[in-house]
Design a protein around this ligand. Structure first.
Ligand code: SAH
Length: 263
C-alpha cells in the first residue's frame, strides 16, 4: 500500500490510496462494490440447502448488504469478516436493528490470515473483495477452511471478450492485472480444487444503480468533509473516472459470480 501517491497521475488505481480514506469514502454507501440482492439470491439458488448447523463466512463483507441478505434467506450462522472496524460496526449495528444479531456476527480480520479452523465451513462467500488477496490465491488458500463438499461463491472482475480496446486494457492492467476471461477463471477454480457449479454475469444495474449512481451523493458528502485535501480529491476523481470508463467499455468487462464446490 503506497500512501505517498502521486496525485498528478490520473491513471492511478484505488489500490494506491490511503486505506482509511477509502473506508471513509465508502462507509456512507450500503454497498462497497457492484451487486444486488437478486444476484446474491441467484448465487444461493445453486447450492444444496444450508441448515441451522451449517457454518457460513462472508469474507470482505464491508458494511454487509449481502451478509444481511444471506442472513434473511438461510438458517445458518454467518460470520462477516472485514479489515475495517468501521464497516464491521455498521454491519453489527444493522444486524441488531433488524433482529439478526443471533445469526450474523461481524468481526474484524484479514482475508490473508483468516481466523478459521481447517474444514470448519460449509460455505465461503465473497462479493467484490477477493481481488484484495487475488482470485487464484484466495481460492487456493481458503480451500482448506471448507468441509469436503462445501461451497465457495465469489464475484470477480472478468473480461467478456478475448480482445478489448487498449484504453480499458491498460486501466485494468494497472488496477488488477489478474482480471481474465470467464473461461480462464473457471479453469483456475478447477485447478484450485473445486468443481465449477455455476458462473453468471452480474447485470448492469449492479454497477449503475447499485454502485456508481449511489456514489454520486457519497462523493459529494466526502468532498465536503475533506475540502481542500488533495488525496481526497484525487480519490473522488479516480472513482468518477472508473465510472466513466465503465459506461464506455461495459461491453468488455464486468463482475461475474463464480460458484464452486470443494472436491
Ligand atoms: N462485500 C462488500 C464489500 C466489497 S468492497 C460488498 O460487496 O458491498 C471490498 C471489501 O474488502 C472492503 O470492505 C474492504 O475493507 C475489504 N478488504 C480489503 N482488504 C481486505 C483484507 N485483507 N481482509 C479483509 N477484508 C479486506
Amino acid at each position: 500500500m503506497n500512501n505517498e501517491q502521486n496525485n498528478s497521475n490520473p491513471e492511478q488505481s484505488i489500490h494506491n490510496f490511503d486505506l482509511n480514506m477509502i473506508c471513509d469514502y465508502f462507509s456512507t454507501m450500503e454497498r462497497q462494490g457492484p451487486g444486488s440482492d437478486e444476484m446474491t439470491l441467484k448465487a444461493l439458488s445453486f447450492l444444496k440447502p444450508l441448515t441451522e448447523e451449517s457454518k457460513v463466512a462472508d469474507i470482505g463483507c464491508g458494511t454487509g448488504k449481502q451478509t444481511i441478505t444471506l442472513g434473511k434467506n438461510i438458517p445458518s450462522k454467518i460470520t462477516g469478516i472485514d479489515l475495517f472496524q468501521k464497516f464491521i460496526d455498521i454491519l453489527n449495528h444493522n444486524c441488531a436493528e433488524q433482529g439478526l444479531a443471533h445469526k450474523i456476527n461481524g468481526i474484524v480480520g484479514n482475508m490473508e490470515q483468516l481466523p478459521f479452523q481447517e474444514e470448519e465451513y460449509d460455505l465461503l462467500w465473497c462479493e467484490g473483495a477477493i481481488y484484495n488477496i487475488g482470485y487464484k490465491r484466495g481460492l487456493q488458500e481458503w480451500h482448506k477452511y471448507l468441509k469436503k463438499g462445501g461451497y465457495i461463491a465469489v464475484t470477480e472482475a472478468s473480461w467478456f471478450t478475448i480482445e478489448r480496446p487498449q484504453e480499458i486494457d491498460q486501466f485494468w492492467m494497472d488496477a488488477y492485472p489478474e482480471i481474465d476471461t470467464i473461461s480462464n477463471k473457471v479453469h483456475q477454480m478447477e485447478e484450485a480444487g473445486y468443481i465449477p457449479i455455476s458462473t453468471f454475469v452480474l447485470p448492469e444495474n449492479c454497477w449503475m444503480e447499485n454502485f456508481y449512481e449511489l456514489q454520486k451523493s457519497a462523493r459529494e458528502l466526502f468532498l465536503e468533509k475533506h475540502k481542500g485535501n488533495p488525496t481526497a480529491e484525487a480519490l473522488a476523481a479516480n472513482e468518477k473516472r472508473e465510472y466513466e470508463l465503465y459506461k464506455k467499455y461495459k461491453a468488455y468487462y464486468g463482475y461475474v459470480f463464480y460458484i464452486g464446490q470443494k472436491i
